[in-house]
Design a protein around this ligand. Sequence first.
Ligand SMILES: [Zn+2]
Length: 452
Amino acid sequence: MHLRVLSQLAIIATAMACVHITLPTAKELESNDSIISIGMSESPHALAERNLQARCGRGFGRCSNDACCSTAGYCGKTKAHCRSPDCQIDFGHCDAHTTPGGHLTDGIPRPKLGKVPYGPKVIRSCARPGNIALTFDDGPNKYTEDLLRLLDRYNAKVTFFITGNNNAKGPIDTPGMPWASMIERMHRSGHQIASHTWSHQDLNKITPEQRRIQILWNEVALRNILGGFPTYMRPPYSSCAAKSGCLKDMGKLGYHVILYDIDTEDYRHDSPNAIQGSKDIFDKNLARGKSSSKSWLVIAHDVHEQTVYNLTEHMLKKSDMEGYKIVTVGTCLGDPEENWYRIDESSERPILRKDRVISRDGRCGGEVTCLGSKFGSCCSKKNYCGNSLKHCGPGCQPKVGRCQRARRPPTVPDHGSEKRPTRSDAGTVLQPGLCIVGLVLFSATALSIWAH
Ligand SMILES: [Zn+2]
């Protein structure tokens, strides 16, 4: 256990040295560590103590047979070894190697619409008095469905900062897993969906290209679910500084960088007795002002049991008592909903399109789209839906359907477009081209651990 604790402290210490845009704490590291409960049989430490496993990492090398290298430096294939962001990606396979299918989002235009600033500017607070924006990071997770039920009961609209593939949950767009329908439900219920990167790496410690990949892969997965992807993001560990170039990169990719002004510290209080600590933090902050003049941007994590089954209802009730309205981050900043996402016009998922009606009779044009229609997803020159060259080729109308077009050569490997991960192999698909990218991705974190 000491090795693990030391490793975590090393990551935290390194983060503290690098981050200057926010309070450097271990909050999300801890939150990520506590998401999946690990039985003794799965613990890399327990196994290590019994000396059953090969060593890996700096000074030992790579695991054989595509095994994963745990934070503590032991090879294995359990969730505890392979889950991101802890797994050592330069010394074996990791969950983060499993990537979403479909074409990349890098060809989609990214105009900076609206009045809310984009990166490199950082946003820490809401703009509208009387608003509270509750935000939930690191999910979806096994508790998220219950949180959605609770929020519906209170008719409260919140913001979810989604991580695409962390904590051994597999890619969020994996068929047969519950994550995609949860994310759809979030949108249906009026919540805002924002990005928390693909596999929760520290964005200050990776290269600009790796940062780009962390953003793009999450975009691809969210596009596969919603037909578009967010313009709002929160960096994992709140770690994205001007010095590393991260904030500028987020701006180039067209993102608002969102932090917070109330940290509930729910990651530190995830037990029935301790959660009062988070309630106290929330209440004390609210006591600092009145709803007539104040607003708040609050961070919590839907991956914690006490957050979902205890803290959130307290925050909802207390906010109401004090005269606040619970709204999304976009709303509390005064940004209209059409600016929260970028639509992928080629996507067949019409979930985010509020301005389009899906064709029910095979006709298309105007506000009626073929995307999602049983007649086919391309709208022909003569306003008919279909999938043939006549519909998708010359004359095809891209605003109301899919059209055949020359594919841009991908700037990162076009992984997984042929082979989608299935439920059973979601955690173990290894694609060599990506491996190289992924390997580099984790190297900074791994090196920082071993350097301490
Ligand atoms: Zn996080």
